[in-house]
Design a protein around this ligand. Structure first.
Ligand code: ME8
Length: 518
């Protein structure tokens, strides 16, 4: 039985349409999910929308509609975005679903049963935009200036009756967790930040609100709704059928990876494990806080007028191109920048001119000069060296992807593509056509084997183009996994069946940049 792998993204606030950051996270999670499937893992990939809280309630009020209507409309845009970007999730969780209310209330009851919840009065700062409480010491401004959170969002003084969670009780257990499981928070820079924060001491956390009612009701305390982060984090359990802890749940929980952005690492690595410990549930294996995507180095905002619709980018440059660019350009974990020029430059240099051109050249020559026939051939030293370089590139890609170093993995893969291009130039099969047609055939068939492996290896990043190439090469759907890499048996089988290669058509088009942006 294949080993299960459960990956989640953050669930997005559907108070507007998805932006490029949402697309980035969804694509990265999809690349990981596809890579794990390629390794033969049984994958479950969950994403969704975070529909409660003050931010949603205020946005709906501004629009003069009910929060549920806003959530219904906007969550559809997130579903559509996933489909448009070829993000193949298994579960899309919406927190307004009745089963999610049940799951959140059960988590609450368990925390209460552990003696970790008590009623008190909250007095302090709250940022609606971050849906977060802040300590006075974390704020900037004051003395006539506006008070701002560490993320630069406005905060308001809040006084209300509230349930509290005994977070302070968990500080030592959390520090032990970070020490004993350095892989729990990644990358290391984020782990260090969280450790400093917890070492500074933890205050109990206000976990309910009474000043509005758009949320999950606190069991037995009807005038309270849960703090939106309590219910939001619970989504990772709801999707597995919690509170029913039988088959589905025990198969997938604990999650292998919560993939989230750097701004919400604290919620996932301090609050969430503490809630789970309190409720007696296992902890996720890893939380990875990726960096932020910036538009020409700047944060996108409505006031700067630089907000990009990710679907426009995908339509303009192609879904696979956008996916490739995002995974290649940005060192995963760090912030990255994008612009139309950068996308076009990267896609043309690597996908169109290097890899696409290689595939197109080789397939056309096999089609024209060998009537599309694959035959057995004797390998020379140069052929063995090329195939070894390709194997090494593909296995480096797999090792780097395993560690979520996508950019480094693709770079190693690109080196193998360059090796193929150098080999084709050296061997010059077009010149062999007259002088040594047998050797021309061997060169092309060796390249054919190389291309098959390179295409399988990069397929998590560019799934549609890879499928097109693999269809063209005649690779059966069940043989497109990592186990197949370097397997000459498959090639021999193809030779034996004698099935010819069809007329090739380009899978990676060259892009043009409109003059005004060049
Ligand atoms: O935080 N670049 O939702 P959200 C990269 N509902 N990632 C970005 C980004 C950017 N410019 N901007 C945002 C929430 N993100 C909560 C999560 S999870 C139980 C609840 C990332 O819609 C952000 O870091 O504000 C987060 O991981 C995700 O997009 C959703 O952000």
């Amino acid at each position: 039985m294949a080993e299960p792998y459960y990956i989640t993204t953050a669930i997005s606030y559907p108070n507007g349409k998805p932006h490029i950051g949402h697309a980035y996270e969804a694509i990265a999670a999809d690349v990981i999910a596809r890579f794990k499937r390629l390794q033969g893992r049984d994958v479950r990939f969950q994403t969704g929308t975070d529909e409660h809280g003050l931010k949603m309630a205020q946005k709906a009020r501004d629009l003069g509609i009910e929060p549920k209507q806003l959530a219904d409309e906007m969550s559809q845009h997130f579903i559509d975005m996933c489909h448009a970007l070829n993000v193949r999730y298994d579960v899309f969780m919406r927190t307004t679903e009745p089963r999610h209310h049940e799951a959140s209330q059960e988590l609450w009851r368990r925390m209460e049963a552990s003696g970790d919840l008590y009623l008190d009065r909250y007095e302090g700062w709250y940022s609606v935009r971050d849906e977060a409480y802040y300590d006075e010491s974390e704020l900037t401004g004051g003395e006539g200036e506006e008070r701002l959170s560490p993320h630069g969002t406005p905060v308001e003084w809040t006084v209300e009756e509230s349930w509290f969670f005994r977070l302070s009780k968990y500080a030592d257990l959390l520090l032990a967790l970070y020490r004993d499981h350095p892989e729990f928070i990644q990358p290391d820079s984020r782990r260090n930040e969280v450790m400093r924060f917890v070492e500074g001491g933890l205050r109990d956390l206000s976990v309910s609100r009474t000043s509005f009612d758009w949320g999950v009701k606190v069991p037995g305390s009807d005038e309270h709704v849960m703090y939106v982060w309590v219910d939001a984090l619970t989504n990772y359990l709801t999707g597995l059928g919690f509170p029913d802890e039988s088959d589905e749940f025990s198969k997938w929980w604990p999650a292998d990876l919560h993939l989230i952005g750097k701004d919400i690492v604290r919620f996932h690595t301090v609050y969430w494990p503490a809630f789970l410990m309190s409720a007696g549930l296992a902890l996720p294996k890893q939380v990875f806080g990726h960096g932020f995507l910036l538009n020409r180095g700047q944060k996108e905002s409505k006031s700067l007028g630089n907000v990009t619709d990710p679907l426009d980018l995908a339509e303009r440059f192609g879904v696979d191109t956008l996916r490739y660019f995002l995974m290649r350009e940005v060192a995963f974990g760090q912030d990255g920048s994008y612009s139309p020029e950068a996308i076009v430059t990267r896609a043309n240099a690597e996908l169109a001119n290097s890899f696409g051109n290689l595939v197109q050249r080789v397939c056309s020559m096999i089609f024209k000069n060998l009537d599309g026939q694959l035959t057995a051939f004797t390998r020379t030293e140069a052929d063995e060296a090329l195939l070894a370089a390709v194997q090494s590139g593909c296995s480096q890609l797999a090792n780097e992807f395993e560690a979520l170093n996508f950019s480094a993995g693709i770079e190693a893969w690109m080196k193998a593509v360059f090796a193929c291009n150098a080999y084709i130039d050296e061997q010059a099969p077009w010149a062999l056509k007259k002088t040594d047609p047998e050797r021309m055939g061997a060169v092309l068939l060796c390249l054919f084997m190389a291309i098959r492996d390179l295409t399988i290896a990069i397929s998590p990043v560019v799934p549609a183009a890879a499928a097109k190439v693999l269809d063209q090469l005649g690779v059966p759907a069940g043989e497109r996994d990592l186990v197949a890499l370097g397997d000459a048996g498959w090639y021999e089988h193809r030779v034996a069946t004698g099935e010819p290669l069809g007329q090739p058509s380009p899978a990676f088009p060259r892009l043009e940049l409109p003059v005004e942006e060049g």
